[in-house]
Design a protein around this ligand. Sequence first.
Ligand code: AMP
Length: 185
Amino acid sequence: MSGRDVRASAVDALARLVRDIPDFPEPGIVFKDITPLLADAAGFAAVVAALAEAGRDERGEVVVDKVVGMEARGFILAAPVALALGVGFAPVRKAGKLPHATHRVDYALEYGEAVLELHQDAVAPGDRVLLVDDVLATGGTAGATCELVRRCGAEPAAFTALMELGFLDGRAPLGEVPVRTLATV
Ligand code: AMP
């Protein structure tokens, strides 16, 4: 399949298999529920193949050394993306979950603060790292993950996600890091 076909079948799967849950987890939020997509083998495979394109150049060569996924739905997508690219996976987790020495970054949420951690040896200095999540909203999580990768001496090479929320400027915290999402919702 060409890159365009891979993307087209992923976009189709997203349109059919992601459902909106109004007022979850709090009033005013429309939650993008990807569980029907994950439950559909063909749809899941289509989006993993399309996300993995962010780790290849225009000739299809793999240009990243590691894939990082953010807790928790990022894990579900990033791990098969890593396997599709033939590179390793590393988890970014909330505070206190990772057992070995970590880097930690505090970042602002809409209300309050959060902390993310990455094992110091999860990515090597000089590694080019692909970041994967399900939804790009404010970009706080993605920006903090870029900072964690840089603290390891590695380079955030690109960020990819299924969807970005069009009414938020979620790309801003990513700065110069290339962003590729499959749909704007
Ligand atoms: P962000 O505001 O970009 O830091 O988003 C924080 C995290 O919350 C992301 O990892 C998303 O998985 C999740 N998230 C934010 N908004 C939504 C939404 N409307 N539906 C589903 N997940 C969301």
